[in-house]
Design a protein around this ligand. Structure first.
Ligand code: KIV
Length: 266
């Protein structure tokens, strides 16, 4: 396996090769999914919800993103690491956005940054791309806009909304992003946007026509909360059940004096 770079991701679209992406937030998870061959790891601001227990991604700070990015970078060998710009790290001013994007690369070790939004973010995207830092866009259901959207609802169901997302995607491509996450939009619209772009689209809750797919690793491994996962999440393992069983055995063995035995003692 070889180190994956931004140009490799662009070539995957040209070659008609799908791009699998997973989130990770820790050294150990990054090691596990990198050695399984994942080409792209996203250090998502979803860390705030799935690891810190917040209701939204809004409280996540730059310091937290730098910390988690560093941990992931130390754990991966081949995957491209993309780090999310958290809420208020890029919306306040272009200067602040440039500084914060640079921090994720310089202090965190990320190879690209992701930020949410379409036409309203073009100036910011251009400014970061002009620093030679690769940017991934993110449109559709943008979790940092949860309060404007009134919840985590599928977006782009009306023709007008769909047209806005198509224009956003083209404007982001023109501004120089190397790929775009399409989240929570109808599959047909995601297919139209994917066909209109030269850069890869990475879908989450956006159907099968995208060039790649991303899932939150805690969701796909069954490590998330007890709540029923959204329709688009496929659970590939039930690690929570594995943990419950292992911890139950440990408790019983300690209580009954079975652990530590001779084999695990000096
Ligand atoms: O924060 C995140 O994990 C994300 C993905 C869901 C695309 O933005």
């Amino acid at each position: 396996m070889k180190k994956i770079t931004v140009p490799d991701i662009l070539k995957m679209k040209e070659a008609g090769q799908k791009v699998p992406v997973l989130t990770a937030y820790t050294y150990s998870m990054a090691r596990a999914i990198d050695s399984a061959g994942i080409p792209v790891i996203l250090v998502g601001d979803s860390v705030g919800m799935v690891e810190a227990g917040y209701d939204t991604t809004l409280p996540v700070t730059m310091e937290e993103m730098v910390y988690h990015t560093r941990s992931v970078v130390r754990g991966r060998t081949n995957a491209l690491v993309v780090s999310d710009m958290p809420f208020s790290s890029y919306q306040v001013s272009v200067t602040k956005a440039k500084k914060n994007a640079a921090r994720l690369v310089k202090e965190g070790g990320a190879e690209a940054v992701k930020l949410e939004g379409g036409k309203s973010r073009i100036e910011t995207v251009r400014a970061i791309v002009d620093m030679d830092l690769p940017v991934m866009g993110h449109i559709g259901l943008t979790p940092q806009s949860v309060h404007r959207m009134g919840g985590y609802r599928v977006q782009g169901r009306t023709r007008t909304e769909a047209e806005v997302f198509m224009e956003d995607a083209i404007a982001l491509q023109d501004a120089g992003v190397f790929s775009i996450v399409l989240e929570g939009i109808p599959a047909a619209l995601a297919g139209e946007i994917t066909a209109a772009l030269d850069i890869p689209t990475i879908g989450i809750g956006a159907g099968p026509h995208c060039d790649g797919q991303v899932l939150v690793v805690n969701d796909m491994l069954g490590l998330a909360s007890d709540l029923k996962p959204p329709k688009f999440v496929k659970r590939y393992a039930d690690l929570r059940a594995v943990i419950t069983k292992a911890v139950g055995e440990f408790i019983r063995e300690v209580e009954e004096g079975e652990f530590p035995d001779k084999e695990h003692s000096y």
